[in-house]
Design a protein around this ligand. Structure first.
Ligand code: PLP
Length: 293
């Protein structure tokens, strides 16, 4: 139930439909965002709204899709959807896709559509995981072995490997997958960036490993600096994960989620590490407006 913003109009949840001959459904060229709004003392606030909208437009640009709206209009659409649904804290999903006017690989002559949906969504990898840490495995699927140039687009087609990796992890009894790049360096989770802590220094893969330039990743890097922690972006190997002190994922959906196990190897003390807890707390203070930056 509720309302979805679709091409400039607020439509009922059940009426927000597309045709089976929609180009994106056949060829996978489309882009989306994941955004969160939090209840703060000043009311509901969408965290880093403009940055998410900008990344959506950049994703579309990489895919040569011309969104027929301004970034301001897409910002406003997100504010309106939250209001129209009476939501306080929620997840937002803007999506842009190529329409159903004609089929064939070429998208030329087709219409570009955009919608924004919003719903209440708790801890993506589970409340329990937020406190105790989650269990992960290195995936047999790599990140973007097909096309590294697309790693910065939140493109629909980029998620096939993410889906396969996540499904494999769940089927094997883990909570989430960690994907390596084609050379074997650590890239990211199926929908999360990864951070490693060793001897008080914070490491995260540099973007050449094909990880998305996460907005939460960026926020967490600033938090670490504020906490006086050195942050280093570098190539990270699988075995560096096994012997690190603390490990965690970041993402709009996953927020800051500790990792307590990789490939059945215990990380650190096998629970949320003390620096991870500090960073997690600082993150929630910021998004909930208790320490606005
Ligand atoms: N990596 C992938 C593949 C993602 O889908 C996401 C989610 O958006 C992230 C990383 C984390 O990015 P952000 O913090 O901007 O949500």
């Amino acid at each position: 139930d509720g309302k979805i913003w679709m091409d400039g109009q607020m439509v009922e949840w059940r009426d927000a439909k597309i045709h089976v001959l929609t180009h994106t459904l056949h060829y996978g060229c489309g882009a989306f965002e994941g955004v969160r709004a939090y209840e703060t003392e000043q009311g509901t606030a969408i965290f880093r709204l403009q940055d998410h909208t900008k990344r959506l437009f950049n994703s579309a640009k990489i895919l040569r899709m011309q969104i027929p709206l301004t970034q301001d209009q897409v910002n406003q659409a997100q504010v309106d959807v939250v209001k129209a649904n009476g939501l306080k804290s929620c997840y937002l999903r803007p999506l842009t896709w190529i329409g159903d006017r004609k089929l064939g690989v070429s998208p030329k002559g087709n219409t570009i559509h955009l919608m924004v949906a919003a719903w209440a969504w708790g801890a993506y990898l589970g409340e329990d995981g937020m406190e105790r840490g989650i269990r992960t495995k290195i995936s047999s699927f790599t990140r973007h072995h097909v096309n590294i140039t697309m790693s910065q687009a939140k493109a629909v087609s980029n998620y096939t490997n993410s889906i396969l990796a996540n499904t494999e992890a769940l089927d094997d009894g883990y909570d989430e997958a960690i994907l390596l790049d084609a050379s074997g360096f650590v890239s990211e989770g199926s929908g999360e960036n990864i951070f490693v802590i060793k001897d008080g220094v914070v490491y995260t893969p540099d973007l050449s490993a094909g990880a998305l330039n996460g907005i939460t990743r960026n926020t967490v890097m600033h938090i670490c600096e504020d906490l006086g922690l050195e942050v280093v972006q570098k190539r990270i190997t699988r075995d560096e994960l096994y012997i690190c002190d603390e490990l965690f994922f970041t993402g709009t959906a996953a927020e800051v989620t500790p990792i307590r196990e990789v490939d059945r190897i215990q990380i650190g003390e096998g629970r949320r590490g003390p620096l991870t807890e500090k960073i997690q707390k600082a993150f929630f203070d910021i998004v909930n407006g208790r320490n606005p930056k």
